[in-house]
Design a protein around this ligand. Structure first.
Ligand code: NAP
Length: 194
């Protein structure tokens, strides 16, 4: 599961759990993105802190794991590289065992995939799962239907943008993020300015 996770929230966790259920997944590996390539102006948390929040948020669920592959790779995060790194790590760890791969992310992020680096390689190596907010209408990005699935997740009414705004405005974020994530936001004084 790829995302900025700036911060990770309960909508992401519900989406991962729902995708795991629908596709009978053994694990969901959360990969926070590395360096930003399009968001130069907002108050993003550093990648190490986004990773730390992801570790804390996923700690209690045995199916969930966090990976550093994207934050440790220099330069922008390309999904083709994310998948390549995760697949080679898994091949090494499992002694070459076969696995079926899914790439889960926000459906609006996925809508641009044909403009990403190596879209054919991504489509060859994983089934794509786009998770959507209720009422969100997706434009058809022209992807092969048998390689892409969309799931509507009511809990995705929660958004990272809204949480950052709430923190900046001094509004509560309790029950929108796991409590450990709320503690980290407070400890590192994240998102204080709008
Ligand atoms: P983003 O701009 O942070 O998010 C776009 C929208 O999708 C937001 O509404 C966001 O909601 C939602 N979203 C993002 N990740 C999600 C997730 N895991 N679950 C549910 N909703 C999610 O998107 P991004 O983080 O840059 O990109 C998402 C993924 O696509 C990353 O893994 C990134 O590496 C990959 N990507 C790859 C390329 C490429 O290969 N060239 C280009 C763009 C993106 P929230 O803010 O609430 O999360």
């Amino acid at each position: 599961m790829g995302g900025s996770f700036d911060p990770i929230h309960l909508g992401h966790l519900v989406a991962a759990s729902e995708a795991a259920h629908r596709f009978d997944l053994d694990r969901v590996v959360f990969s926070p993105t590395g360096e930003s390539y399009h968001k130069q102006t907002d108050t993003r948390a550093p990648s190490e802190v986004r990773y730390l929040m992801t570790v804390v948020a996923t700690a209690a669920d045995p199916r969930f794991h966090a990976t550093r592959v994207d934050i440790d790779r220099p330069g922008p995060t390309y999904t083709a590289e994310t998948l390549k790194d995760l697949q080679s790590a898994f091949a090494e760890e499992s002694g070459g065992q076969d696995a079926e791969w899914f790439f889960i992310t926000g459906a609006d992020a996925l809508a641009d995939i044909l403009g990403w680096r190596d879209p054919d390689r991504i489509l060859d190596s994983a089934h794509l799962v786009g998770v959507t907010r209720p009422g969100h209408v997706l434009e058809d990005p022209g992807l092969p239907q048998d390689r892409v699935s969309l799931i509507e997740i009511p809990a995705l009414a929660i958004s990272s943008t809204d949480i950052r705004r709430r923190v900046a405005a001094g509004a509560p974020i309790q029950y929108l993020v796991p409590s450990g994530v709320a503690h980290l936001i407070d400890k590192y004084r994240l998102y204080r300015s709008a």
